[in-house]
Ligand binder design. Structure first.
Ligand code: M6R
Length: 604
């Protein structure tokens, strides 16, 4: 969702903020804009890709700029609704990520006072309020504005009277400060500034920030000064490039063996449970996440419940805070519930709200996250960082695999800790987990055979993905991937459920992708495939190498390398990602930035 960058220093600001803004494109946006300080403030904004805005940029000599990519919430994507917004005199320019919930009432009052509005955006009240309250100090003017507004926001402001100053604030949406030499940056995330600095300050929620080239100040809402620490971001957090691949998504799919390899060390060594503060007998686990991360959580449930006697529930973050209290809350310390929050970005508003609700209830919280320093990692009791590197494609791929890997490792260590696995069994599991990268490499090496399945899907209006047990979540993930990037309607179903309704939709135009691994559900899945075939729907089956039965009952099939069925979600996932990618590629959709979607969903 919206991306914010700002620069104040000794270099030409326009070029720097445009480059930084491009690093935030992956978040998803529909328009972009920039404000620089020339003799007066100059605003340039345009609907569409950043290149549209760049093509009309005036020459600039400014060393101060703020810029924005907008993901529309209030008002259609348009030049006028794009940010920055200004007050009537163009003395204040503001960029905003989030929503101002009470903007209508504020706008009505301001209109009565004689102020005029140009856009439909909720954000436009901000520069007008700031300008109204401005009496020489921009921090004070912003602080007064904050008393009037409700919602969630990161706001960055420049004023024509302050040629080297950016003032910003965060409330439930992201903001970081990049620290340079006689120059400073603000941004929505570290990827925007990594080219220039690895020194980062992470303001907390409800802190106001003032940066100039030589200074960084943080204030609370009483305008008391706050101390801060400068952290160095690890080198592995590199800014992603396409590296010869046509799309980031394809590159990220092929990076998965490395991502799993890189993440292993943290997961399997150094007493992970101790590090996570998991030193009591856990009575129950709730896993909470959105989208693909939720699907990883569902896989985690099967693994953890199979390995330990601990009951695991999995819920969507957006529902968690409205659900009944977590089981075990208020009981003895020995039964303190564990809540595992999964978010690759660490900035998903729904998952952050769930984390806060779990903490308020007294649960122990841990996060599985791919972005060190992100919001969620700073709010929970323990963190597992997956080391996938930056994921740019909106469709989550490599982070899904490393999230699953983290949950397997967690399950194995919980089982060892509770005595359900002995030491040799723990080592055996660890060695199986270490083999996954080579297994998925075999799927990647067979991508031509996956491409050959594309004709089954390209003309379809709708498709079904079915699986059982640990591969039921994979059916859901396969359907999500397909609909997200190819815009073909798809549903993931437990294979046994088709006959309870969806079978009515099947026809020869409705392909059904079945995941048939050699586990205890295999024979039932074979029956489900027969039921589908009997309704003339094409069946494309994922089976294990050497399967004798599946080729006879499927229209097409793909053989996965031999692997213990409990580890099959990894190989299945890679197949499903590639299939969706090739279908979308054939249809010519915007694979890395699907319509209407954002990579980082920072509103609830
Ligand atoms: O950053 P998060 O893992 O919290 O994101 C959660 C979902 O928004 C995300 O997985 C989304 O469903 C992906 N676009 C799916 O490919």
């Amino acid at each position: 969702m919206c991306g914010i960058v700002g620069y104040t220093g000794h270099q030409p600001a326009q070029k720097i903020v445009i480059e930084s803004l491009k690093k935030l494109e992956y978040r998803g946006y529909d328009s972009s804009g920039i404000a620089t300080k020339e003799d007066k403030l100059v605003i340039c904004k345009k609907e569409g890709p950043i290149a549209n805005m760049e093509s009309i940029l005036p020459k600039s000599s400014s060393n101060l700029a703020i810029a924005h990519t907008r993901w529309a919430t209030h008002g259609v994507p348009s030049d006028t609704n794009a940010h920055p917004h200004t007050d009537g005199d163009n003395s204040v320019a503001v960029v905003h990520n989030g929503t101002i919930d009470n903007y209508l009432a504020i706008r009505e009052n301001l209109e009565k006072e004689g102020y005029n509005f140009k856009s439909e955006s909720d954000s436009e009240v901000l520069p007008i309020l700031i300008s109204k309250y401005y009496a020489g100090d921009l921090v004070e003017a912003l602080n007064k504005t904050l008393a009037d507004i409700q919602g969630i926001f990161t706001i960055a402001v420049i004023h024509e009277n302050h040629p080297d100053e950016i003032v910003a604030v965060r409330h439930e949406t992201p903001l970081i400060i990049g620290v340079g030499n006689s120059e400073n940056f603000i941004a929505s995330d570290i990827y925007a500034v990594l080219k220039y600095t690895q020194q980062i300050v992470y303001p907390e929620d409800n802190q106001i920030v003032r940066v100039t080239p030589e200074s960084i100040e943080l204030f609370d809402f009483d305008l008391k000064s706050i101390d801060y620490e400068v952290e160095t971001v690890e080198k592995y957090t590199e800014v992603a490039e396409k590296g010869g691949y046509e799309h980031f998504m394809l590159k990220e799919i092929f990076e998965q063996p490395k991502a799993l390899q890189d993440s292993l060390t943290e997961l399997l060594v150094d007493s992970p449970l101790e590090r996570l503060g998991l030193n009591w007998k856990i009575g129950s686990i709730s896993i909470v996440a959105c989208g693909t991360s939720y699907h990883a959580g569902l896989v985690g449930k099967y693994v953890i419940e199979q390995l330990t006697a601990i009951p695991v529930s999995v819920g969507y973050s957006s529902e968690f805070r409205y659900a009944a209290p977590v089981q075990g809350v208020g009981g003895l310390l020995s039964s303190r519930p564990l809540v595992v929050l999964i978010s690759q970005s660490g900035e998903t508003a729904d998952t952050l709200a769930a984390a806060r609700s779990a903490k308020q209830q007294g649960c122990h919280t841990i996060a599985i996250c791919n972005v060190p320093g992100s919001r969620i990692t700073r709010e929970v009791d323990g963190v597992i960082i997956t080391k996938s590197g930056q994921e740019v494609g909106v469709a989550a791929t490599k982070t899904f695999l490393t999230q699953m890997q983290a949950l397997y490792a967690l399950g194995v260590h919980l089982a060892f800790n509770s005595g359900s696995l002995d030491h040799p069994q723990l080592k055996l599991w660890e060695s199986e987990i270490r083999k996954i990268p080579s297994k998925i490499t075999q799927v990647l090496n067979n991508s031509e055979a996956i491409k050959a399945l594309v004709p089954h899907f390209v003309k379809a209006k709708s498709a079904f993905f079915i699986g059982r047990n640990i591969n039921y979540p994979l059916a859901m993930e396969g359907a999500l991937k397909l609909k997200e990037i190819s815009y073909i309607h798809a549903e993931g179903y437990p294979a046994g459920e088709l006959k309870h309704g969806p079978l009515a939709l099947l026809s020869k135009e409705t392909p059904v992708l079945a995941i048939a691994m050699q586990d205890h559900t295999y024979s039932k899945l074979v029956s489900n495939i027969e039921e589908v075939s009997a309704r003339s729907a094409p069946v494309i089956t994922l089976c294990q190498k050497g399967d004798q039965q599946i080729p006879k009952i499927s229209d097409s099939y793909f053989e996965l390398p031999e692997i213990d069925p409990v580890l099959s979600p990894f190989t299945v996932a890679v197949f499903l990602q590639l299939l969706s990618y090739y279908v979308a590629h054939e249809l010519g959709t915007e694979i890395d930035k699907p319509r209407n979607l954002a990579k980082s969903v920072t509103v609830e």
